[in-house]
Structure formats: structure tokens, C-alpha cells
Design a protein around this ligand. Structure first.
Ligand SMILES: C[S@@+](CC[C@H](N)C(=O)[O-])C[C@H]1O[C@@H](n2cnc3c(N)ncnc32)[C@H](O)[C@@H]1O
Length: 254
């Protein structure tokens, strides 16, 4: 970001009571994509010092949970957890804080400490973003939304396609408040496809029913998979070809 633009958002944040100028990035992304709506529950990963938490709370007025390696000064009616988002045990802390319901939105502005070695910093940023996607995969409701910051570099496209395989739409976006920072990019995933299978996966399935269009129907953990040309009672190897919020489709491999 250009220096005077940085100063502009810094001063504005100070004047308006936000803990970080990144608050404006979330406001801008939200204006464009309408990720956080009234009543939503929001999980913020890499949340300190809490600018995004403040904005998330204003927008949703619902349950808001923030996680960071460092302590976050308290914010009214926001739950904060001091934990590492890359370790599996953190998931249970998050689930406890969210309560019974899944999150509507998961946002992640986590960033590694910069080493000055761009290849390394990019790789660490991708690791954090992968952890955020894994957490989102566990706690998001079907149809939910995801926002994640990634430093650009050679693995950016690969990561974007990982997000694409889990959401109806996924795109890269650079909000005005972070423009000219060539390095940082946000990825917005909308319409979470909560499914126990992924596109491209091969899996053995037993056809237990018939769909209206004549396709065979199999179930994995209660999730319906329509298999083209398969008959009831068959057990066959299937390649998953599409995943939607409520069902998936597949083709027999042989
Ligand atoms: C740019 S700051 C987030 C700013 C925040 N969005 C705001 O508006 O106040 C990035 C944060 O990511 C956190 N972070 C980095 N690695 C982390 C990890 N493994 N687990 C949790 N937080 C992490 C850092 O401690 C830092 O506070």
C-alpha cells in the first residue's frame, strides 16, 4: 500500500475507534460480497488485535469468536481464544466456543511473521490459509462463506483451486484498503459445499436407491451421491464429478 494511503487508513482507524486499519478491508470486502449478515455467527482466525472482530460484531450482532496466538484485549460479547490455528487441538476449543450451531462465516487474516525471504513467507502464508480452510471445513454450515488472506506466490493458484473445490464460487479479490500492496490478496468462497466427498475422488459405493432421473443413489454419512447409469444393489468404483450443498454426482470408473 502507498505510504500516504496507509497513513490515511491508520488515522481513520484511530479516529473511529478501530484497533487496526485492516478493519476497513473487511468492511470493503463485505460491501462487495455481503458475507456477514445480521444474526450470523462468525469465526475469525488470526484475529489480534481485533479490528476485524469489531467490524464482524457490528455487522452481525450475533455470535463472534476470535482466535490468535497472542492475547486479544476483550471486546464486548465476543469470545476470544489464545491458540494456534495450525494445531488440531484448537478445533475443539473453537467448537466449544461456537456452541451447537455451525458458523455462518469463517474469516482469516492470519499472517506469518515476515522473514524477508519471500518464498518462505509465501509458503507460511499458504500453510496458514490451508489450516483456515481445514477449520472452515469442520465448522461452516452448508452454504456458508469463507474469507482468507493469502500472500501471492507460486502456490496461490493451487490454493485457490482447493477453495474452489469446497465452495460454489471462489474468487480472488483485492480490497481498495489493501491495494498497491502487491503481495496480499483475499480469497472469497461462497456457498460452502458440505460433503464427505470431493470432486475427483474415487470411492467404492453401494447403490441403495434410484433417483427421479433414473440414476443410482448411494449414501456416504447420509449425504446423497447420484451415480450415472448405476442400478440398485450394485457395488462399484465411482469418480466424484460434482459436489453441491445437498448432494454430489459421480460416474462409474469402469
Ligand atoms: C494482520 S494480523 C490480523 C489483524 C486482524 N484482522 C485485525 O483486524 O485486528 C495477523 C494475525 O495472525 C496471527 N497469527 C499468525 N499465525 C497464527 C497461528 N498459527 N494461529 C493463530 N494466529 C496466528 C498473528 O498473531 C497476528 O495477530
Amino acid at each position: 500500500m502507498a505510504r500516504n494511503q496507509k497513513d490515511h487508513f491508520y488515522k481513520k482507524a484511530k479516529a473511529e475507534g478501530y484497533r487496526a486499519r485492516s478493519a476497513y478491508k473487511l468492511q470493503q470486502v463485505n460491501q462487495k460480497f455481503r458475507l456477514i449478515k445480521k444474526g450470523n455467527s462468525v469465526l475469525d482466525l488470526g484475529a489480534a488485535p481485533g479490528g476485524w472482530l469489531q467490524v464482524a460484531k457490528e455487522l452481525s450482532k450475533g455470535r463472534v469468536v476470535g482466535v490468535d496466538l497472542v492475547e486479544i484485549d476483550p471486546i464486548d460479547d465476543v469470545t476470544t481464544i489464545r491458540a494456534d490455528i495450525t494445531v488440531p487441538e484448537t478445533l475443539n476449543l473453537i467448537k466449544d466456543a461456537l456452541g451447537e450451531a455451525d458458523a455462518d462465516v469463517v474469516i482469516c487474516d492470519a499472517a506469518p511473521n515476515l522473514s524477508g525471504n519471500w518464498t518462505l513467507d509465501h509458503a507460511r502464508s499458504i500453510d496458514l490459509a490451508r489450516s483456515a480452510l481445514a477449520v472452515a471445513g469442520e465448522v461452516l454450515r452448508p452454504g456458508g462463506s469463507f474469507l482468507v488472506k493469502v500472500f501471492q506466490g507460486e502456490s496461490f493458484k493451487e490454493y485457490l483451486s482447493e477453495v474452489k473445490s469446497r465452495f460454489r464460487t471462489a474468487r480472488a479479490h483485492s480490497p481498495a484498503a489493501s491495494r498497491k500492496a502487491s503481495a496480499e490478496m483475499y480469497i472469497v468462497g461462497q456457498g460452502f459445499l458440505k460433503a464427505p466427498v470431493a470432486v475427483g475422488e474415487e470411492i467404492e459405493l453401494e447403490i441403495v436407491g434410484k433417483g427421479r432421473s433414473g440414476d443410482g443413489v448411494a449414501k456416504v454419512k447420509g449425504f446423497k451421491i447420484f451415480v450415472r447409469g448405476a442400478g440398485q444393489g450394485e457395488t462399484l468404483q465411482v469418480r466424484i464429478t460434482s459436489v453441491r450443498p445437498g448432494h454430489a454426482t459421480g460416474e462409474p470408473t469402469a
